[in-house]
Write a protein that binds this ligand. Structure first.
Ligand SMILES: NC(=O)c1ccc[n+]([C@@H]2O[C@H](COP(=O)([O-])OP(=O)(O)OC[C@H]3O[C@@H](n4cnc5c(N)ncnc54)[C@H](O)[C@@H]3O)[C@@H](O)[C@H]2O)c1
Length: 263
């Protein structure tokens, strides 16, 4: 049994990770900038500890970790950096303030929480950090330039943390969700045309769920993945690998044999 802190756990994927961690028997710190949301999710978890804090504010993060340790009676040995925001807009028009805010929460917030967590974990004998990136940090997405840049940077930051804290027994990995039917993408999939077109583009034939992501995050954080560090695991049903499969081919190619899809 571990003591886990999940950031951005007041809603969406983070809430699902927190609930799944509780089902696995862990003590769960539910950290969110939205204090009421953190309270609400934590109240559904017998071992839940609500922690109101902004991940991009170092003093608030330190205070939240202190409070968790005094209430849980132990240092968190699993931390999930899930809090994130998106600000849409073409790079030609995106306000610089939106760019800064995106980088501040997604990248600087992950840096602050990871450093506070890793130093404490290291002193206590080790632990595991998992950071949420995105398929948008692997391939560029229309109107998501700031978000994608922040998520690509989080993947590199995770590998950097992995080499800097490896000797103190701290593993750091990231998980890159694809098309997830929930959280910040929920409004996108309310549009039936978007929903069916995107579903059709997924090799596994369905949108992902917050539970799909929670399962991988908790596996990566667990001792079952004890020799995995510095990796960015794409959890997208195959979308990021399907560029060629989604492009048209000449009928002469598609008509040849059972495996004619190979380019
Ligand atoms: N939903 C998707 O389709 C999808 C796909 C790829 C990656 N992701 C990533 O997964 C993570 C979770 O996304 P989601 O869809 O559940 O989002 P969401 O918007 O549903 O939830 C995000 C949570 O983070 C909290 N938060 C925002 N700023 C914060 C801050 N500064 N400090 C602390 N908490 C803060 C919010 O209050 C909210 O509870 C994000 O990092 C996101 O980039 C999501």
């Amino acid at each position: 049994m571990s003591a886990v802190i999940v950031t951005g756990a007041g809603a969406g994927i983070g809430e699902e990770i927190a609930l799944a961690a509780a089902r696995d028997g862990h003590t769960v710190g539910v950290l969110d900038i939205d204090g009421a949301a953190a309270e609400s999710v934590a109240s559904a978890i017998p071992t839940g500890i609500p922690l109101e804090a902004a991940v991009n504010d170092e003093a608030q993060v330190v205070a939240a970790f202190d409070r968790f340790e005094s209430e849980a009676g132990t240092v968190a040995d699993m931390v999930v950096n899930n809090a994130g925001i998106v600000r849409f807009g073409s790079l030609a028009e995106l306000p610089v303030e939106d760019w800064r805010q995106t980088l501040d929460v997604n990248l600087t917030g992950t840096f602050i929480v990871s450093r506070v967590a890793a130093v404490r974990m290291g002193r206590a004998g080790g632990g595991s950090i998992v950071n949420l990136t995105s398929i948008n940090g692997v391939v560029p997405g229309p109107h998501a330039g700031a978000y994608g840049a922040s998520k690509a940077a989080v993947a590199l930051l995770s590998a950097q943390l992995a080499i800097e804290f490896g000797a103190s027994g701290v593993r750091v990995n990231s998980v890159a969700p694809g098309f997830i039917d929930g959280g910040m993408s929920a409004p996108l999939y309310e549009d039936p045309a978007t929903r069916s077109a995107r579903t059709a583009a997924v090799p596994l034939g369905r949108l992902g769920t917050p539970a799909d992501i929670a399962a991988v995050v908790l596996w990566l954080a667990s001792p079952a993945a004890s020799y995995v560090t510095g990796q960015n695991l794409v959890v997208d049903g195959g979308v990021a690998s399907s560029l060629l499969a989604n492009l048209p081919r000449p009928a002469s190619v598609d008509g040849v044999g059972a495996d004619a899809g190979a380019d």
